[in-house]
Design a protein around this ligand. Sequence first.
Ligand SMILES: [Zn+2]
Ligand SMILES: [Zn+2]
Length: 331
Amino acid sequence: MRSRSVHVVIRATALLIVGLIASVAGCTEASTAREACIAGAVRTRACGACDTGVEIFTCSNDGTSELSIPCTGEDENLPIDPRTSALVCEHFENPMVFIAPHPDDETIGMAGAIREGLGQGRAVFIELMTHGEMSKVHEKLNDGGKDSWHTGTHHYKLTTQEFGDARVREFFEAAVRLGVTGVHVHGFKNGGLTPDDVASTIQYWVKRSTNLDGVTALSLRGTAGAQDPQDQKGLPHPDHKAVWDALAASELPDVQGYCIYNYTQNKSTPDQTYDISPWCADKRAALESYKVWNPDAGRFAVGEHSVHDLLAKAGSECHEFIVYPPDPGAP
Ligand SMILES: [Zn+2]
Ligand SMILES: [Zn+2]
């Protein structure tokens, strides 16, 4: 795990709130601590913003209750609501989880599917695996050049972390516009994402989903692998492939991959071309998040600098390109 700055800021805010609640709770505890109890007796109390943690009190020999183990396991890895940064406490029986290796993949390739899922009343989450901090746009923003479509000259000396944070800001706005239930922002290395990194995220959701008669009620979506070539040699982006390899290996019943590059390259071989006309306007609105130029607010239109044509075509072509895992029974 590396730079988790945006998450950390949000977590810090959340922890501050938790801290305030805890200090108030602490006062209450001090008064109850003087109540008589049976020496050696143990009681527990839920803690954390979502009551997912536990603190343990033990009754000491003088008959007063003492905090013996402070809160552990509180709010562990809960997703956050992108609108408010509040932890999403609820348990959802059959969540839909979209795994995006980089900011923009979720919107370019999967916005229609996300809006469709929400329209069906599903809880929809996005797992952003990296901050996309290795994009070539980072150097471009400091190369002294200009673009006709935005003000100012490229003289922005952003650190790698600041650049990644700018990309995550674009992602958050897109997540808000899409209206998803919650997001996780991970800090895995851009260009070095592994199937194991993705598998840990998948396992998290398997544990958080309802298991009915041995079937996990979880829908998993992510980027496609070999069926969505990205470079001149016809190879997929390694991070996209890592997502797909983990999805295909999960053997969960409802898994789909989405081609990201087909809008401009036309070299993908999807198993299905899916009409997203009902959600195409929503997708266009979310794509705008990647075009916002406001350097004072840390917004550098990284998506637009990086993949202008892809954003334009993904918004005008009302289709998404689905691949399915190979049938394990097939040769
Ligand atoms: Zn990507
Ligand atoms: Zn520019």
